[in-house]
Design a protein around this ligand. Structure first.
Ligand code: KE4
Length: 442
């Protein structure tokens, strides 16, 4: 019996029964497409609870979780301080539709951590944060075009759905029906890491581009690092052309360090979007930047954005409880060391199996691409063998390891993961990659 003999109860009877009922009333049985496991095959999970680094499905299978609710659960599941804060707040009321001091407390934590965010507006999803930031950029500059990178994902607002990553890449939806052509035409796509293409698109749209929006570390085409000078180049080109730079940190905000990842690249965006971690697993996102820009937003200015549950007290308490735990000495170093150990383990397991793959990694984020060539943009990522990734995913899940159910997502190590979890994952990867090598040898 190997150390990681497939541990899932193969029948997973109760999960399947629940999912079959879910398919009757939820579109595809899910509330977000990537959860349907369409690109990796196998049966979607039905999760009953989480604790620390583990998820437990409806059949009682324990899964070592590297999805971490797409990055939100940096502290692991059912973190006691977060759970207690939510429970305590619930007894005081869950939503008032009027400002609470809690919103000021979370805003203060964030603006102290990211001083170039002078003013912030909380919303309830990453999509709302990026959609609002783009509307603000268009309102301030009075320009209509935006530039995004192929394979980056900024949520499901109409302007972001062309050549987008994450679930659209997963399902192979290059252009989304329902987005008016006139609006889609205002989104200009360039390859990630290609400053010449950015220069060309600005030269072709002089005085017409409101903003460039970018993930500072791409995580929705799989993980792809910015090449040296790329982000700084975007900063310079946008400044030179009177456009705003929007850095979408819905994933990277508070993920690699306490605050913004922009500091690592010596840039400061005009507007920054945040989400996931700042809500501690409860719906919170935000956009913010210099006061002279943010003051264009209603009620101070005419750029309208609103939300019934924005700044929700439960969500604020959860976000405050989360962020307060991220300042512990060594918090990020420990997580990153474990992630680096995992990545090294993947790389040596790939070589030992006689396979070829790229393991892209930045801090606690990583992605395995089964391709011989480096992956530096979306076109590279799409050339990888997604069927082989799907087999890797399924074999690892059979061994109780839950990786991203899509080639075009990231694997996350949380602060709840331990060295023995990493070692166990590496053993599972060794077994899995041997299986893949044996299959491909046939
Ligand atoms: P939401 O609207 O899903 O809260 O956030 C949109 C968003 C914006 N910006 C970035 C960089 C993001 O990664 C996301 C959402 N991330 C995906 C997974 N990579 C959410 C998972 C899903 O769609 O189910």
């Amino acid at each position: 019996m190997s150390a990681t003999q497939p541990q899932l109860k193969r029948e997973r009877k109760r999960s399947r029964e629940i999912f079959e009922r879910a398919e009757k009333v939820l579109v595809g049985g899910v509330n977000s497409p990537v959860r349907a496991f369409r690109s990796v095959g196998g049966e979607p999970l039905i999760i009953e609870r989480g604790s620390g680094q583990f998820l437990y499905d409806a059949d009682g299978n324990e899964l070592l979780d590297y999805v971490c609710s797409w990055g939100a659960m940096i502290l692991g599941h059912a973190n006691p301080a977060i759970s207690d804060a939510i429970a305590e707040q619930a007894r005081r009321g869950t939503s008032f539709g009027v400002t609470t001091e809690l919103e000021l407390e979370l805003a203060t934590l964030i603006t102290q951590a990211i001083p170039f965010i002078e003013k912030i507006r909380f919303v309830s999803s990453g999509t709302e944060s990026t959609m609002s930031a783009v509307r603000l950029a268009r309102g301030v500059t009075k320009r209509d075009f935006i530039v995004k990178c192929e394979g980056c994902y900024h949520g499901h607002a109409d302007s972001f759905l062309s050549q987008a990553g994450s679930g659209l890449a997963t399902l192979g939806i290059a252009e989304c029906p329902g987005v008016p052509q006139a609006l889609a035409a205002l989104t200009l796509n360039v390859p990630f890491n290609d400053l010449d293409a950015v220069e060309r698109v600005f030269a072709g749209h002089k005085g017409q581009i409101a903003a460039v929006i970018v993930e500072p570390i791409a995580a929705n085409m799989g993980v792809v690092s910015p090449e040296a000078g790329f982000l700084k180049g975007l900063r310079e080109i946008t400044k030179k052309n009177g456009a705003l730079l929007i850095v979408d940190e819905v994933i990277t905000g508070f993920r690699l360090r306490y605050g913004s990842v922009q500091k690592l690249f010596d840039i400061e965006a005009d507007l920054t979007t945040l989400g996931k971690i700042i809500g501690g697993g409860v719906p919170v996102a935000a956009y913010g930047g210099r006061a002279e820009l943010m003051n264009h937003v209603a009620p101070l200015g005419p750029v309208y954005q609103a939300g019934t549950l924005a700044g929700n007290p439960l969500a604020m308490r959860a976000g405050i409880a989360a962020l307060k735990q991220l300042t512990k000495p060594g918090f990020y170093e420990g997580m990153t060391q474990l992630a680096e150990r995992l990545v090294q383990g993947f790389r040596s397991s790939i070589a030992a199996a006689g396979l070829v793959a790229q393991v892209n990694a930045v801090g606690p984020l990583s992605t395995i691409f089964f391709t011989p060539e480096p992956v530096k943009n979306y076109a590279d990522a799409k050339r990888s063998d997604t069927k082989r990734y799907a087999q890797f995913f399924r074999e690892m899940l059979d061994r109780g390891i839950f990786l991203a159910p899509s080639q075009f997502e990231a694997t996350f190590v949380s602060a709840a993961h331990t060295a023995s979890d990493i070692d166990r994952t590496i053993v599972a990867a060794q077994e899995t990659l041997q299986v893949i090598a044996a299959d491909s040898a046939v």
